[in-house]
Write a protein that binds this ligand. Sequence first.
Ligand code: ACO
Length: 317
Amino acid sequence: MKILGTGCANPSCVVTNQMLEGFLDTSDQWITERTGIKERRVMSSERLIDLAVSAANKALADAGVGVEELDFIICSNVVNEYATPAMSCMIQGAIGATCPCLDINAACAGFIFALDMAEDKLRAGKADKILIVCAEEPTRMVSWEDRNTCVLFGDGAGAAVVGQGDAMKAVKLTTASRTDVLYQLRRLEPTPYLQGDHSFAPLVMKGRDVFKTAVSSSTADIKDLLARTGIDSADVKYFVLHQANERIIDSIRGLLGEQPEKFPHNVERYGNTSSASVPILLDELSREGKLQKGDILVLSAFGAGFTTAACIIEWTK
Ligand code: ACO
């Protein structure tokens, strides 16, 4: 597998920390010191499908791949306004593709889970070109009265087109069932046969637990991949980590004994965009000309589940 092109799209509405001070018992200082986030993009006039389609079209153009060449579409999404059909079906129709498609939910680790699935399909000879779109609107999962969660998130979409190649050097996926630390309950319809509690709840997060698990598991994943491949961390150009919190990124960096320049971040501008965060950052690095052919990149993400995923890829564009 190799990445042929990337794209991203973010909502137009910018919500700064100062704007949150207007209706929440919070401050720019608290949010900045605890998370590094200064502002986030929040859905207002657009719909998530618009962002997903825009990111997809940009990735296809960047890759120079036509929709008719696509053999499969994978969409990583936790929540959107439709429970069914899958968002990938809507993307397929909107971009004019005809290939089969599927949604996955591996929370914030979704992009790397999708890369792994895509690689399996390419290796098996079942596909030649695959579109991955990560489209997320976590700002619609949180209560905007809960300062513990709503200040952390932003919406967005990131996409990549992948094809045949040997850029994927190693990948590691983990799942540890810990459904108490990060979850949202949605309401299901009552039936004549199933009564009782149909409660729903906006996102619940045990922040400190998530913080510690994220740091330890991401660090372990990265160390494991470097050891397994024999790649020296000095040869890694960038560690492209899930953008949840600058302090999490910094803690992982410290445990790896690495320099800050190798940990690019945009969490200060977008907040946590769930599975879209890694492909958005990758696309920004690519478009800013910061990635050269042959660069070794480590990607690592973690999220609800608890899921973690990491991989080492060579940039081949
Ligand atoms: N503004 C002001 N005060 C706040 C806010 C806020 N927005 N939120 C919480 N506080 C208060 C708390 O109520 C608490 O007050 P108390 O001491 O009177 O009870 C105080 O600040 C300290 O709270 P802590 O939880 O100790 O703060 P901490 O330093 O741990 O930072 C944070 C909290 C930012 C949530 C941190 O734990 C974190 O980043 N955790 C990981 C979150 C994350 O990454 N989630 C998503 C990852 S997975 C995914 O992407 C889906």
